[in-house]
Write a protein that binds this ligand. Structure first.
Ligand code: ZN
Length: 304
């Protein structure tokens, strides 16, 4: 029996040796980015991510096991900007030159994306603001996923030129599915074009842009600053103007202020999936938009 197991192991090792080089090891900051990298890389990548779903990506505290993920990574996929306030110290701790800013494996997904809310003057973090370089939540417009997926395909092809054709093929498949789904998602919300909702954190401008909706008021008085009585009072007054149709929040924010505002104003609220895995239905990038558009359509259909 023992001999047989040894023999099987040898066969397995030999078979592996005959296969192509080991898959590229990619560490992504979020489950959303990991999903996109896996979609383009297929069997030629091994992907891990750092921010667990259902947590606020801005405020993750990486663990020693995350440092190890980045240490052995061939590429590091991240939002850039200041979504991951912890990514520079994490990369420093890992000491992996490949994935440092400007390194061959630095996969900055903001490349080529038309950013919203880029400040026209230097903003200080002292004011508590955590969107200093423009709004970093850009994967919430599926049109940007086309750019992000192209950036991923290009980077993977640079790092593993032997499989460039495979990555290009996967990208084309992704793009075709995305085009079909974009039409479907926009059609679902088309009857509600121009409607306004209040957000908790300013993390949905790209989704609003994509669906032709408006969101200009937030429970957080500034991104990263929790709501207080003053803000709740101001929003209650604002909602009375009758322009607003509902409230949008995420799983990682306390429901307390949202429920108070909902009670004070009679507005319904929905909890959307900011990243893959935030809600059970958001099993991948496409499923996340299926869910978010369904929730929003339900909110508007329910009326005030
Ligand atoms: Zn944010």
């Amino acid at each position: 029996m023992f001999k047989r197991i040894v023999a099987l192991c040898i066969v397995a090792v030999a078979a592996h040796g005959l296969a192509a080089a080991a898959p590229l090891n990619v560490a992504a900051t979020t489950a959303t980015f990991a999903d996109l990298v896996k979609t383009i890389g297929g069997d030629y990548v091994e992907v891990s991510y750092i921010a667990p779903p259902k947590f606020n990506v801005h405020f993750i505290e990486p663990r020693p096991s995350d440092v190890m993920k980045v240490k052995k990574a061939d590429a590091f996929a991240h939002a850039g900007l200041d979504l991951e306030l912890w990514s520079a110290p994490l990369r420093d701790a890992a000491g992996n030159r490949r994935v440092m800013k400007g390194g061959a494996g630095d996969l900055d997904l903001s490349r080529g994306v038309a950013l919203l809310e880029v400040p026209d003057r230097a903003v200080s973090r002292a004011e508590g603001d955590i969107h200093l370089f423009g709004n970093p939540h850009y994967w919430q417009n599926p049109a940007n996923a086309r750019i992000m997926a192209a950036t991923i395909a290009q980077k993977l092809s640079e790092l593993d030129a032997a499989h460039a054709a495979d990555f290009a093929k996967k990208f084309a498949t992704f793009q075709a599915k995305l085009d079909a789904k974009i039409a479907e998602w926009q059609a679902k919300l088309a009857p509600y074009k121009g409607q306004e909702v209040i957000g908790y954190h300013n993390e949905w401008p790209y989704l609003m842009q994509f669906l032709g909706l408006t969101m200009g008021q937030f429970l957080e008085p500034k991104p990263g600053i929790p709501p207080g009585p003053k803000q709740l009072g101001a929003l209650t007054d604002y909602a009375k103007s009758d322009k607003v149709r509902g409230i949008v929040t995420s799983v990682y924010y306390s429901d307390k202020a949202t429920k108070t505002l909902s009670k004070n104003t009679g507005l319904g609220f929905v909890t959307l999936s900011q990243n893959v895995g935030d809600v059970p239905a958001a099993t991948d990038y496409f499923a996340m938009f299926d869910y978010n558009t369904e929730q929003l359509a339900g909110l508007f259909a329910g009326g005030k």
